[in-house]
Write a protein that binds this ligand. Structure first.
Ligand code: GLY
Ligand code: MN
Ligand code: MN
Length: 435
């Protein structure tokens, strides 16, 4: 079982005489008595595959002996009638293949027994500093103070290191997420026209995600028409699509809690204008060059530097900037037009919280099994008086999801239309081919 194997990998990293406490996610209030849809905590899911809220996982490693306990909601017919079915204390043991299962109602009275005898405690810092801190402080006042941990470690560092290298089942889930995402992007290209609003496209994307088997979106979908593309985290999605403008769509489905993260730009009326093409080609060339260079041993900063060079040269070529290339790069004059990074780790979280540097501040080189995005962009705001008129109000980003392989890399989203002629062809397709 994949998640049980993840626990094994985690246990292998834990020193002897240690205990780890990993909370599940909790249901979050939206307002008064309504709640946001529940999404499991990524770390908890990685170690259990379990999707219910308000659970606790406890992993003890004492004298080489490993024991996993889970605390879950107990069965409760009345609560289940109102809130949804629960697995319960009995069944969960087999489902996640752990040693012991208890009611979450018994967590408070049991947790100090689980910690006793351990020198090191791994938990989220919020838990160590929060509800656990009083309990441990109190235990440390008694005669058996020496039996309680004196080393506290945030669990994230250890877990994030494990989560970096994607296993085959994780890659399969990301590929499935991308298959659904591909259909959504192609359908959006087919649907866009000057009679539609940004939310028409967003609703279509969400429909395709849900009916395609995804749990939903991996992050809030961005459908940005025209100058809205120059708002990096645009989620309003409420404006009319105008003839002659581009749509920047950043949308990725989530499959079995694994993300995809794709951006494409396509014309509302189906045809790129000349200035749109010029900008698009600069970003596309940069993006392809970045992907080409990815392989084990290469640094992300190397890929990033090259992208900065190419985008800066592009800005110079179209006369948005007129300084020397050296000056543009040295003084970061490109930054107003390319303000974000070249890409990020991706997995259970769209921005997988894996470190980019080791404990000595040395940058990690790419390794086989890394999954990351490559997403250069150029943003030319309509209100920028300094740039040529023809480019005002155009924002371009092109984003793919890349798996680092033994010899190089695989673009997992290479089937999503990206060349100008491919995108224009998709814009001419019949929407009913997709829904
Ligand atoms: N969709 C978020 C990002 O591209 O990083
Ligand atoms: Mn991204
Ligand atoms: Mn994105």
């Amino acid at each position: 079982m994949n998640f049980q194997k993840n626990r094994e990998r985690f246990f292998n990293e834990m020193p002897d005489q240690s205990v780890a406490i990993i909370p599940s996610g909790n249901v979050k209030q939206r307002s008064n008595d309504t709640y946001y849809p529940f999404r499991q905590d990524s770390n908890f899911y990685y170690l259990t595959g379990f999707l219910e809220d308000s659970a606790m996982l406890v992993m003890q490693k004492v004298d080489g002996h490993k024991k996993t306990t889970i605390f879950v909601h107990p069965k409760d017919p009345l609560k289940e009638m109102w809130e949804g079915r629960r697995v319960g204390v009995e069944k969960i043991r087999d489902i996640i293949a752990c040693d012991e299962s208890l009611s979450i109602d018994d967590y408070d009275t049991n947790i100090m027994d689980k910690i006793k005898g351990c020198q090191t405690l791994y938990a989220p810092t919020a838990l160590i500093k929060g509800s656990l801190s009083d309990k441990i402080e109190k235990a440390k006042e008694g005669k058996s103070a020496h039996l309680y941990p004196d080393t506290f470690k945030d669990i994230n560092a250890l877990l994030f290191a494990l989560r970096r290298k994607k296993q085959p089942f994780e890659i399969a889930f990301i590929k499935q997420a991308l298959e659904i995402t591909q259909k959504a992007h192609h359908a959006a290209m087919a649907k866009a026209n000057p009679s539609k609003y940004e939310y028409d496209i967003m609703a279509l994307v969400e429909y395709i995600f849900k009916t395609g088997g995804a749990s939903g979106d991996a992050y809030t979908t961005i459908v940005a028409g025209g100058n809205n593309a120059n708002i990096l985290h645009y989620t309003d999605n409420g404006h009319k699509l105008l003839d002659g403008e581009l749509i920047l769509m950043d949308a990725g489905s989530e499959y079995k809690l694994y993300a995809s993260d794709i951006t494409r730009c396509f014309p509302v009326n189906g045809k790129f204008s000349t200035p749109q093409k010029e900008l698009y080609e600069i970003v596309l060339k940069t993006q392809k060059a970045a992907i080409e260079r990815i392989k084990p041993g290469v640094l992300r900063s190397y890929i990033s530097d090259q992208a900065i060079q190419m985008l800066s040269q592009g800005l110079k070529d179209i006369k948005v900037l007129d300084q020397s290339l050296d000056e543009i790069i040295e003084k970061e004059l490109y930054k107003p037009y390319y303000p974000h990074g070249i890409g990020h780790w991706m997995g259970l979280d769209v921005h997988d919280p894996v470190a980019y540097k080791d404990a000595h501040d040395k940058e990690f080189a790419f390794e086989e099994g890394d999954v990351l995005t490559i997403e250069p962009g150029l943003y030319l705001d309509a209100g920028d008086e300094t740039i040529p008129e023809i480019y005002k109000g155009i924002g371009i980003r092109i984003e793919d999801n890349i798996l680092v392989t033994k010899e190089g890399c695989e673009n997992l989203s290479s089937d999503i239309a990206k060349e100008i002629h491919e995108v224009e062809d998709r814009c001419q397709m019949d929407l009913y081919d997709y829904i």
